[in-house]
Design a protein around this ligand. Structure first.
Ligand code: BES
Ligand code: MN
Ligand code: ZN
Length: 477
């Protein structure tokens, strides 16, 4: 699918389909220019179309040769980028499983330069489907899309790159657990051009004192790996991005209930986002120094598995008492963070992890938990999140939460109980960043959706690719 800007007079467009925006209380001028009329064609009693937020109405033009998709944007005074994204996404979803090959997108023309970017980005996210394993593919016949904008083509091209990276992340994260293995991550990482890559295995975990990686991966059948990839010049201190990569989380000896255990294939979403971002950095040749770290392993039970009661010693020498082998994410992140911080001396550390069910209960499926130790970095991530569709909400790490994970037999324990479960997980990770500016994003709720929790048509069932755009916006600022 090719997306290009449309520079001719709107009324001259002969594309098979056109997307036309309407507010409830005004017709945006590009739509007026296209339709040649300045009110919503009616009667409403027949069309039912009033321009309400998210409404989509399909009709044909007078010649019968062009399909029009009218999109409602709601009241102009209540308009926001998210209204635009969700409404256009509803219209775009009509293009899936249709035979339409070309489409013109008319923008509301709010004077906002981001409209063209969002239009292209959301289109690519909406027509995405994960059908690698289906014999019947979702057909998207769309070959050429025109966006009516005065912006440069380069903006559209960037949006396409960001969306492609997000869809790449979705594809990785959606892989079945016996396919989406640590070795597969390594293969994909090696395919990205221009990156330096280091891969550590079990022998290295033992030799280097990465007790978290060693413990969690003990009963894994698939070889566990810590993959470190580096983009950009090493004369400037890097930004370090770490993503939890549990390729399947059974809970280990503290085994999870059977119902919905399949969903724990999504426990690799953090690592998938890291790889998607690194691919994007390479595609866009971002002039930034970025280190991506993906601790990857299965969490399985077995006669040789690590056990509740075990004490593990992490890379920075701190020990943790394992109360639940199901609180495994923080154990592998501990080593990844401590190692990365020591080796790369980063200016900022961001980790993404499907870390706790508690975060899903607290914030739901559309907001990620944000924690950290540095006001400035937290503000930057919040700012980036205002630009992407990916919402974050700050949760506190205070001394009470820190106390809650003190252990009597080790330095800390890997769970502080149900209460404040997301925050105590944050307090655990804090021990491993050596005071470096750090933000932790708990993406357990936002990284993947069930159909019932999907809030917009651009979020498919399964992996959402949460974090790729957010980090892109962050790095760009
Ligand atoms: N991967 C899970 C967290 C999770 C749960 C993600 C539900 C998405 C949906 C994590 O490893 C886990 O099992 N966490 C435990 C921690 C507890 C044992 C302290 C949890 O949240 O129940
Ligand atoms: Mn777990
Ligand atoms: Zn997990």
């Amino acid at each position: 699918m090719e997306i290009v800007r449309f520079e001719e007079e709107l009324s001259k467009s002969k594309t098979e389909a056109v997307i036309v925006p309407f507010y409830e209380d005004r017709i945006p001028s590009p739509a007026v220019e296209f339709l040649g009329i300045d009110r919503i064609p009616g009667p409403v009693s027949v069309t039912g179309f009033t321009g309400k937020k998210g409404q989509v109405f399909r009709t044909m033009d007078a010649t019968g040769n062009q399909m029009q998709l009218w999109v409602g944007l709601g009241r102009e005074s209540e308009y926001s980028p998210e209204t635009f994204r969700r409404s256009y996404s509803s219209a775009y979803s009509c293009l899936r499983n249709s035979k339409i090959r070309e489409c013109l997108i008319i923008l509301p023309g709010t004077g906002n330069a981001d409209e063209a970017f969002e239009a292209a980005y959301i289109l690519k996210l909406t027509v995405y489907s994960f059908d690698e394993f289906r014999s019947e593919k979702t057909s998207v016949d769309l070959k050429k899309v025109y966006i009516a904008t005065g912006e440069r083509q380069e903006i559209i091209d960037r949006a396409v790159s960001v969306a492609d990276a997000t869809n790449f992340t979705r594809n990785l994260a959606n892989l079945p657990p016996s396919r989406g293995t640590p070795s597969l991550f390594e293969d994909r990482a090696r395919e990205i051009r221009g990156l330096k890559i280091t891969v550590l295995g079990r022998d290295d975990f033992i030799r280097m004192g990465m007790g978290g990686m060693e413990g969690v991966s003990r009963a894994a059948k698939e070889p566990a790996k810590m993959i470190i990839i580096e983009h950009g010049s090493s004369d400037e201190k890097p930004v370090m991005i770490v993503g939890k990569g549990i390729t399947f989380d059974s809970g280990g000896i503290s085994i999870k209930p059977a119902d919905n255990m399949d969903e724990m294939k999504f426990d690799k979403c953090g690592a998938s986002t890291v790889l998607g971002l690194m691919k994007l950095a390479s595609d866009l040749k971002l002039r930034k120094h970025i280190v991506g770290i993906m601790p990857l392993t299965e969490n399985l039970p077995g006669g040789n598995a690590y056990k509740p009661g075990d004490i593990l010693k992490h890379y920075n020498g701190k020990t943790s008492e394992v109360l639940s082998t199901d609180a495994e994410g923080r154990l592998i992140l501990a080593d990844a963070l401590a190692y990365g911080v020591e080796k790369y001396n980063p200016v900022a550390v961001i980790d993404l992890a499907t870390l706790t069910g508690a975060c899903v209960i607290a914030l739901g499926n559309n907001i990620a938990g944000l924690m950290g130790n540095d006001r400035d970095l937290k503000e930057k991530i919040k700012k980036a999140s205002e630009r992407s569709w990916e919402k974050v909400w700050e949760m506190p790490i205070d001394d009470d939460f820190r106390d809650q994970i003190k252990s009597e037999v080790a330095d800390i324990k890997n769970t502080g109980g149900k209460e404040g479960g997301a925050e105590t997980a944050g307090a655990f990770l804090e021990h491993f960043v050596n005071g470096r500016p750090w933000v932790h994003l708990d993406i357990a709720g936002t990284a993947w959706t069930q159909t019932k929790t999907a809030k917009a048509d651009y979020l498919p069932k399964g992996a959402t690719g949460f974090g790729v755009r957010l980090l892109y916006e962050f790095l760009g600022s």
